[in-house]
Ligand binder design. Structure first.
Ligand SMILES: Cc1cc2nc3c(=O)[nH]c(=O)nc-3n(C[C@H](O)[C@H](O)[C@H](O)COP(=O)(O)OP(=O)(O)OC[C@H]3O[C@@H](n4cnc5c(N)ncnc54)[C@H](O)[C@@H]3O)c2cc1C
Length: 410
């Protein structure tokens, strides 16, 4: 495994880092206090500059106008951009479009690619991914009520979804629906492209999350599909392959998120240290002089370094060995990094005291919004269970032998 960064990549990372620091972070106070739509014109101006700099769409396919970076390079990019909640959006590699681009690229028909993929990569339109349902566990999505029935060459979709991130203003949704109820559980659902102006696609509301309803890209919607009809050709990938396709994009998607979270960790620790060396706590003393704060700094730095090494190793293995060989690590980094981030952000917020609770710094935003990291992309518990199942498998297979052997527990 080689994690050395070549000179060209380092130049690119430095450029991105400077742009985030000098252009994107200054937009945050407006982002924290205004509707997304109000600041969109400013964001669009930054996006235009990123395009001019040739840094648009770092992970997106080259033939559609992206940079086509390998996963290990994109991991480093994601960390740099993750320092601001707007970083990925400004550089055109934001969720949920990034994942949808991958699905369309790998499974779309030529017509689907022309109509949806090109404009999506170029940032001319947005999309959303509609799988989780209100009444059934997202942790076990094979339990799904939404159906799509083929009638006269059209899919007729009925169901109620929520947490469809960025649906507000999106041009289309990739909807997961049961098309084959009699098939084995993991072959029952398919992905279907639904333009959001289709009759029967009803955005009921943007859900208020942690006190904030949001709008546009920065929102999560509840959506009712009632007799929503789209052409048969809108099936994305093979019929019944919905869960398989969703699984395939888990690996790269996980690297995107975990490295973004590590970017948040770096930003939070940086802010913590700046505050600690400047905040007086007694005459002639600052917070950084207190051992408890020093311990938090050391623990945070060590936890970030360990989580980062595990994540980069996983990215390298996905790129060189394929995601199937790294299932355990893909599960591990999800809960390891999400929890490190939560701890580091919490420590930083604590060091900022009352100021940490305000929206005068980014920490309260991170605290509110990134709590969800332990829930989306598979709840931590689900990943822990599947990891433990894999670890235990060979032991269970040998349980009788272990029980009877004289060498037990040595
Ligand atoms: C900010 C955010 C953005 C999201 N964006 C999208 C999106 O764009 N599209 C989309 O389709 N969905 C999205 N989701 C939904 C997300 O995928 C689900 O919330 C997640 O899969 C968990 O499902 P659930 O909420 O139904 O919780 P449940 O499945 O009801 O689980 C609740 C809790 O039960 C525990 N649990 C679950 N399974 C087990 C188990 N086997 N053993 C022990 N404990 C268990 C876990 O602690 C879990 O947190 C988003 C969610 C959030 C918070």
């Amino acid at each position: 495994m080689d994690f050395t960064v070549n000179e060209e990549t380092q130049v690119m990372l430095d450029l991105m880092e400077r742009f985030v620091q000098e252009e994107v972070i200054p937009l945050e106070p407006a982002f924290l206090t205004k509707n997304f739509s109000e600041i969109e014109p400013q964001i669009d101006r930054l996006r235009a500059r990123v395009r001019q700099m040739g840094l648009w769409g770092p992970a997106q396919p080259k033939e559609y106008g992206g940079m086509g970076l390998p996963l290990t390079d994109f991991a480093l990019v994601s960390e740099v951009l993750g320092r601001s909640p707007l970083g990925h959006y400004v550089f055109g590699c934001h969720a949920p479009d990034a994942g949808n681009i991958e699905i369309l690229h790998d499974h779309g028909t030529p017509e689907q690619k022309e109509r949806w993929l090109g404009p999506l990569v170029r940032g001319e339109i947005r999309s959303c991914f509609s799988m989780t349902e209100v009444e059934l566990p997202g942790s076990n999505p094979v339990m799904m009520d939404t159906t799509a029935v083929l009638e006269d060459g059209q899919w007729v979709i009925n169901g109620q979804k929520w947490y469809t991130t960025s649906a507000d203003g999106a041009a289309f949704a990739i909807v997961m629906a049961v098309t084959d109820p009699e098939a084995p559980p993991h072959q029952r659902a398919s992905m279907i492209i639904v333009p959001t102006d289709t009759p029967g696609f009803d955005l009921v509301r943007n859900i208020s999350v942690m006190g904030h309803t949001g709008d546009g890209w920065a929102s999560h919607a509840e959506i009712l599909y009632h007799s929503c009809r789209v052409p048969e050709e809108n099936l994305l990938g093979p019929r019944g392959a919905g869960f398989r396709i969703a699984q395939e994009r888990l690996g790269p998607g996980r690297i995107h998120h975990t490295m973004r979270w590590l970017g948040i960790c770096r930003r939070a620790l940086d802010l913590l240290c700046k505050r600690a060396v400047t905040r007086p706590i007694a005459p002639g003393q600052v917070l950084a002089d207190r051992e408890i704060i020093q311990a938090w700094i050391a623990e945070s730095a060590a936890e970030i370094a360990a989580a980062r090494a595990l994540t980069l190793q996983t990215a390298w293995k996905i790129e060189h060995l394929g995601w199937k060989e790294v299932r355990e690590e893909i599960s591990m980094i999800k809960f390891v990094v999400a929890n490190v981030m939560q701890k580091v952000v919490d420590r930083a917020l604590q060091v900022f005291g009352g100021l940490g609770m305000t929206d005068d710094t980014i920490l309260a935003y991170f605290h509110r919004h990134e709590r969800a990291a332990r829930i989306y992309d598979g709840a931590d518990e689900v990943h822990k269970l599947s990891l433990a199942r894999r670890i235990l498998k060979p032991y269970r297979a040998r349980a009788a032998e272990i029980r009877e052997g004289s060498h037990v527990f040595r």
